[in-house]
Design a protein around this ligand. Structure first.
Ligand code: ATP
Length: 231
C-alpha cells in the first residue's frame, strides 16, 4: 500500500537580502496511514518548517510532497488553502481557541467553511465532543475549562471535518504530566482506532515515547531515534 505521506528530496530555503537559509535539505520520509509519528530536534532544526509543509501551510522550494495520493508541492496558494480545509487538522501548543465562543462554537468553526446544514453541523460537533469526552462541557467557554480540557476542545475542532491528517505542534507543551498523558492517549486512539495519520513535533521525550515512531531532525536532516541517542 502507498504511504499516506510520501516525501522525496524535499528542500525549503528562505532568502532574506543576501542571506540564504535552508532549514530543510533533500529530506525524504514515508509515513504509513494511521501512524502516530513524533518529530524531535534542537531549536532551529526545521521541525516547524517541516510540519508546516506537511500541513500545506507553506510550500517547498523543491522536491515531492504527496499526501494521500495528492502531490501538494506545486499547488497554488488558493488550491493549498482549499486542500488544507478538508484534509488537515492542526493542533497548537496554546490551543488557539476563540475566547468569546463556547466549546461547541469553537468546534463548529471548520464546518462553517463547508456546505453543511445546521443539523448536520450539530451531529458532527456532538460526535467530536463525545469522542474527546467533553460532551458535558459543550456550552462552556475556554476560560471555564482546564488546560487539558481546552486542548481536548482544540482536538475536537481539528477532527470535526474528518481530515485524514493531524499535525500537532507541541500539543502537550503547556500541560502538566497527567493532562499531557491523557492528550497523548487520545492522539494514540485517533491513530489506532480512527485511522488518523498524526505528525507531532515535541521537545518532551515522554510525549515522543507515546508515539509509534520518533524521528530526530538535525540541521535539516532526519535521523532515527537510536542514531540520535548515539550522537
Ligand atoms: N519565514 C522564514 N524566513 C526566514 N527564515 C525562516 C523562516 N521560518 C523559519 N526560518 C528559519 O528556519 C530555521 C528552522 O526554523 P524552524 O522554526 O523550522 O525550527 P524548529 O526546529 O521548529 O525550532 P523550535 O524548536 O525553536 O521551534 C531557523 O533557522 C529559522 O530561523
Amino acid at each position: 500500500m502507498d504511504p499516506f505521506i510520501s516525501i522525496h528530496s524535499l528542500t525549503k530555503s528562505y532568502t532574506k537580502g543576501k542571506s540564504h537559509i535552508t532549514p530543510l535539505e533533500n529530506l525524504s520520509l514515508d509515513v504509513p496511514r494511521g501512524e502516530f509519528l513524533a518529530l524531535m530536534g534542537p531549536s532551529g532544526s526545521g521541525k516547524t518548517t517541516l510540519l508546516n509543509l506537511i500541513a500545506g501551510i507553506d510550500s517547498p522550494s523543491r522536491g515531492e510532497l504527496v499526501i494521500d495520493g495528492r502531490d501538494i508541492a506545486n499547488l497554488s496558494r488558493a488550491e493549498l488553502t482549499r486542500w488544507r480545509a478538508t484534509h488537515v487538522g492542526y493542533i497548537f501548543q496554546l490551543y488557539h481557541l476563540v475566547p468569546i465562543l463556547s466549546a461547541y462554537e469553537n468546534v463548529e468553526l471548520p464546518l462553517l467553511l463547508g456546505n453543511f446544514t445546521k443539523a448536520q453541523r450539530k451531529e458532527k460537533i456532538e460526535a467530536a465532543l463525545e469522542l474527546v469526552d467533553l460532551a458535558d462541557r459543550a456550552h462552556h467557554r475556554p476560560s471555564e475549562l482546564s488546560g487539558g480540557q481546552e486542548q481536548r476542545v482544540a482536538i475536537a475542532r481539528a477532527i470535526v471535518h474528518d481530515p485524514g491528517l493531524l499535525v500537532a505542534d507541541e500539543p502537550t507543551g503547556d500541560l502538566d504530566r497527567e493532562a499531557a498523558d491523557s492528550i497523548l492517549s487520545l492522539l494514540d486512539s485517533l491513530a489506532n482506532d480512527h485511522g488518523k495519520t498524526i505528525v507531532m513535533v515535541t521537545h518532551d521525550p515522554k510525549a515522543a515515547a507515546a508515539a509509534h515512531r520518533t524521528l530526530h531532525l538535525e540541521k535539516g536532516q532526519l535521523i532515527e531515534a537510536a542514531e540520535a541517542q548515539a550522537h
